[in-house]
Design a binder for this molecule. Structure first.
Ligand code: HEM
Length: 127
C-alpha cells in the first residue's frame, strides 16, 4: 500500500474501516448468538424481539464507530432501566463484544477503543 493510502486509511472512521453497515450487522448478529448461548445473560433475551434488537444495536455500534447513526444515551438508559442488570452481567456482555470484535478482524487497538466507549456507558446500563 502507498504511504498516501496508509495515511488515508488511518483517518477513516472505524465504521468504514470495518466495512460499513451490512458488515457491522453481521458482527452484531454473531455477538447476539454468543449472548443467547451464555448461561449468565442468555435468559435476558428470551422474550425479546431479536430482529428489532439487532437493528437498534447495529445503530448504536455504528454511532460508536463514527458512522452515520445516532443513538441517545437517554434511550440506552431507558432500555435497560427495568432489567436489573448487574456489573457481572455487564462484564459478560463486554467480554462477548470483545471476543466477537477480535474474531471479526478488529485490531487490538480498535477493539480496545470500542470497549472503552462501551465501558463509558456502564452507569447507564447497570442499576
Ligand atoms: C455492555 C454494554 C451494552 C450495550 C452497549 C447495550 C446496548 C443495547 C441497545 C443499543 C439496546 C436497544 C435499545 C432500544 O431498543 O432502544 C439494548 C437493549 C437490550 N439490552 Fe443491552 N446493552 C448492553 C448491556 C446489556 C446487558 C449487560 C444486558 C443484560 C444482561 C442487556 C440486555 C438488553 C435487553 C434484554 C435489551 C432489550 C430490551 C427491550 O427491547 O425491551 N444489555 N441494549
Amino acid at each position: 500500500m502507498s504511504a498516501a493510502r496508509v495515511a488515508a486509511s488511518r483517518s477513516l472512521p472505524l465504521f468504514e474501516k470495518y466495512g460499513g453497515m451490512s458488515v457491522l450487522r453481521g458482527v452484531i448478529m454473531d455477538f447476539y448468538d454468543r449472548a443467547l448461548d451464555s448461561d449468565l445473560v442468555g435468559p435476558f433475551f428470551e422474550q425479546v424481539d431479536m430482529a428489532r434488537l439487532i437493528d437498534h444495536q447495529t445503530k448504536f455500534m455504528a454511532m460508536l464507530l463514527g458512522g452515520p447513526a445516532s443513538f441517545a444515551e437517554e434511550r440506552l438508559a431507558r432500555a435497560h432501566a427495568h432489567l436489573g442488570v448487574t456489573h457481572a452481567h455487564f462484564d459478560e456482555i463486554a467480554a462477548l463484544i470483545s471476543a466477537t470484535l477480535a474474531d471479526s478482524g478488529f485490531s487490538d487497538e480498535d477493539r480496545r477503543a470500542v470497549l472503552a466507549a462501551v465501558e463509558a456507558r456502564r452507569p447507564l446500563i447497570v442499576g
